[in-house]
Design a protein around this ligand. Structure first.
Ligand code: 2YH
Length: 264
């Protein structure tokens, strides 16, 4: 599990103004529409979204506050989904209570292991890692048009599982690899590909925490790579050779979380 750092948060802040147009160019959809597609929900009208109150609660437990993480989550939500997002003054349980008393409909909060969205009315929750996996599988699918080959999912932690579930729900064939597979029952063990390094892949989702391990030999000029993993897993030669690399550090995952948390 990678803990975001202040440099990740700075690059998110720089990317926020350009992400909608970048994703619209490659997928035809806004970040909010991609989140809805990943979560499998219909977009909610903007007038309804604007009336939603969403709290972001800073957590000091464990490694403690990471820069302005809670503010960045609130900015992402406000910017891409138009909800009324705010950061609580209090932290931890005190902040959680503050959010409830302030009438929050949805509460976002994260410690070192879990980043959670919780719908106060329905009890529905969304886990950032699973949502991020779904989000990047949705980005890969939308950016590729027709997927006409197997998708290689590298890493079968929660992010990989989220991606695998999205793809298999759509009937898209998946191969996967994880050196320490400890996987849930719905993952097909027959589809493991221990020799993935010997091949060139048209579609890859890097859901690992390993830096620079996907080489130029593993991609072609047709390759589309969705890379939620931090640190970034491709070598610079692999980036240069690929048709398209899709990467953001938090944005699409957070937006998919609110879409999941709003599911009926
Ligand atoms: O970055 C993280 C964890 N790796 C969970 C992410 C799950 N994909 N947590 C952020 C911790 C934030 C901190 N507690 C704060 O500032 O509130």
């Amino acid at each position: 599990m990678t803990l975001l750092n202040e440099s990740n948060l700075r690059s998110i802040t720089v990317r926020i103004p350009i992400l909608n147009s970048r994703y619209q160019r490659i997928t035809g959809k806004t970040v909010y529409e991609i989140g809805c597609h990943a979560a499998g929900v219909e977009p909610m009208p903007m007038s309804e979204r604007r009336s939603l109150k969403v709290a972001s609660v800073p957590v000091t437990a464990g490694g403690g506050l990471i820069g302005n993480f809670a503010e960045v989550v609130a900015i992402i939500l406000q910017r891409f989904t138009d909800v009324e997002a705010f950061v609580t003054q209090g932290t931890d349980v005190t902040g959680f209570q503050e959010a409830i008393l302030a009438g929050a409909d949805i509460i976002f909060t994260a410690d070192d292991v879990t980043c959670l969205a919780y719908n106060v009315h329905t009890g529905k929750q969304s886990d950032n890692s699973l949502a991020t996996g779904r989000a990047f599988a949705a980005l890969l699918e939308l950016a590729s048009g027709m997927i006409d080959d197997e998708v290689l999912v590298l890493g079968m932690g929660k992010v990989g599982i989220g991606a695998y579930r999205f793809l298999t729900e759509k009937g898209i064939p998946v191969k996967w690899y994880d050196p320490k597979p400890n996987i849930s029952n719905d993952i097909d063990r027959e589809m493991i590909e221990p020799r993935w390094k010997d091949a060139c892949w048209k579609y890859i989702i890097d859901a690992t925490y390993t830096p620079c391990f996907i080489d130029a030999e593993n991609v072609s000029a047709d390759s589309v790579v969705a890379a939620p993993g931090i640190p970034f897993g491709l070598t610079s030669e692999a980036v240069d050779k690929s048709r398209l690399i899709i990467h953001d550090e938090l944005e699409t995952g957070i937006v998919t979380m609110i879409c999941e948390a709003m599911q009926a």
